[in-house]
Design a protein around this ligand. Sequence first.
Ligand SMILES: C[S@@+](CC[C@H](N)C(=O)[O-])C[C@H]1O[C@@H](n2cnc3c(N)ncnc32)[C@H](O)[C@@H]1O
Length: 245
Amino acid sequence: MQQGSEARRPHVSVVLVEPQYEGNIGFTARAMANFGIRDLRIVNPPPIGDEAVSRAMAGREILEKATFFTGLQEAVTGFHVVAGTSSDTGSKAHLFRRIPYTPQEFWDHFMEEGVRIALVFGREADGLRNEELNLCNAFINIPTDPGHPVMNLSHAVAVILYEMYRHVPRAARRGTEPMNDIQFNALMERTGYLLDLVGYRGGRKENTLVMLRRIFARSMITDAEFFKIMGILRHIINRIEEGEN
Ligand SMILES: C[S@@+](CC[C@H](N)C(=O)[O-])C[C@H]1O[C@@H](n2cnc3c(N)ncnc32)[C@H](O)[C@@H]1O
């Protein structure tokens, strides 16, 4: 299922109900890849061909492994949370069992390890039908300009998954934790040593280190990037030292 950070996440699936355009299916798979979600379910898909594949890019495997269903009930069996999505908070609002969540509110509530969540998206032309909304036990509406509330299907998927991703604890996003204080000090120490080796002394060295400290501090260097930079510094330092001996 989700790569890398399964332990801290709910199990999220994306369910498209009778999408008309294969391009939107491809773009949906691509957005899912961007945010680490793998399980794509499609109720009564149109023919899926080259256009979907070319739109999917990194989501190609997700597209290839998508599963197909003949009804929504079948597609969402076994999920704890079945979240219907709609741009329509007016005429369909009476079908919502409660006021729709914004994506942020939804993930504030449901970002629980082990919870199985189906995010259900409707048809391009007329969204989810009443009988499909009745199968949902939560609802999400993405706030937009009131004059233009209807988003493209795959854009709506991307916004909701982006918000999910923002809720994933930092530690669960492999390699994206910020460099810690010990690493920061080690980076400054190595940089200072390199400046010594290339002949920076006294005030020149101090001023350069102050400037580099500011640059490093505002660069939001991740732990993975820290190890890369340290590796590069080690190579440069080794080369210089070898040349001196
Ligand atoms: C082109 S829209 C269909 C328009 C339809 N009036 C509806 O119910 O939203 C296709 C799908 O994209 C999703 N969508 C579009 N705009 C959205 C919004 N503002 N909030 C939540 N989902 C949205 C919904 O899943 C919707 O069924």
